[in-house]
Design a protein around this ligand. Structure first.
Ligand code: SF4
Length: 310
């Protein structure tokens, strides 16, 4: 889908004012160009400058308050978060070509014959040509189609089914994305090696060391939790992240004898909780905050499911 298709959809919905949610990477002239094109087509765009990291964050109430009649969600696909007004999702595939990087870095796949191919949404349309190249080089390639995920092989930071479905069949995963965020999510939940084809850094990297580093942090935080007294429960009211924290607080206080505080916000950051005296944080937000961002808070943190599994 391109901007022309988006415009057609907006016209079908008889849109007048459109609330635009978009990733931080588009917060430059590109989003201004999009806004100007929408204006020329007769729409009134409202650019939401709050960060939007995924389709978990659909700001229907905010859009309605600003009298918008449709949300345009750029860079994400629908995974079922509802709003009171229509939401048009625009995947926004990127043009960068990962194939030359694969050709240059191909030797890093030596020793792995069966490859599980996954990727982030922005490059998911490139997986078929990568599969073809790998097969021509003699590799066996697996790409999973799974229910609830729009594109074969697509993984999100919190939805890893397209990788886990083929874990038993492959020697290693190859994840096509920018940076290591997507590959890291999968490797922490499987036992197979992960090679990330990083389209921005233009290299293939084995991120096993990163998995070990995060596992050590998780193990340390689990050991610290036992003696932590004042616990902050991080809670977001984003529609696709919302977990009601009341039973967690009750459990912490009544079963474990801790002192617990529910800390709610839209996007939660270390700065927003600075000044509070807390020994430990429990994350009920995006699960990747509890994993990737825990060091930024300077307070030990675990996701709630990591505490429950302990
Ligand atoms: S919960 Fe986190 S990983 Fe999942 S879509 Fe939202 S921001 Fe992305």
């Amino acid at each position: 889908m391109d901007l022309n298709d988006v415009i057609k959809k907006l016209k079908v919905l008889k849109t007048r004012r459109v609330f635009v949610q978009f990733p931080e990477g588009l917060k430059n002239e590109k989003i201004q160009d999009i806004a100007k094109t929408l204006e020329k087509e007769g729409f009134d765009p409202v650019l939401c400058i709050e960060p939007t990291y995924g389709a978990c964050d659909v700001k229907g109430d905010e859009a309605k308050r600003l009298q918008c009649d449709v949300i345009l969600h750029i860079g994400h696909v629908d995974f079922g978060v509802k709003a009171d007004i229509p939401v048009v999702y625009w995947e926004y595939f990127l043009d960068s070509d990962p194939l030359p990087i694969l050709e240059k870095e191909f030797d890093k796949l030596n020793g792995y014959e069966k490859i599980g191919l996954v990727g982030s949404l922005q490059y998911i349309n490139k997986l078929p040509e990568i599969k073809k190249y790998l097969e021509e080089k003699g590799k066996q390639v697996f790409i999973a189609e799974v229910e609830g995920v729009k594109y074969p092989g697509q993984i999100l930071g919190c939805r890893l089914k397209a990788g886990k479905a083929i874990e038993d069949k492959v020697d290693a995963f190859l994840c096509v994305s920018a940076a290591k965020f997507y590959g890291l999510g999968l490797i922490l939940n499987t036992s197979k090696p992960m090679l990330t084809l990083d389209v921005e850094r233009k290299e293939i990297t084995n991120i096993e060391h990163e998995k070990k580093r995060i596992q050590k942090i998780i193990a340390w935080n689990k050991s610290v939790f036992k003696d932590a007294r004042r616990i902050g429960i991080l809670t977001s009211w984003k529609k696709g992240q919302l977990v009601l924290p009341y039973s967690i607080k009750k459990y912490l206080e009544e079963k474990l004898g801790k002192e617990a505080y529910i800390l709610a916000g839209d996007e939660i950051t270390p700065e927003k909780i600075a000044g509070l005296k807390l020994d430990f944080l429990i994350c009920t937000l995006c699960p990747r905050v509890g994993i990737d961002d825990s060091e930024r808070y300077g307070i030990p943190m675990l996701n709630w499911d990591q505490i429950v599994k302990n």
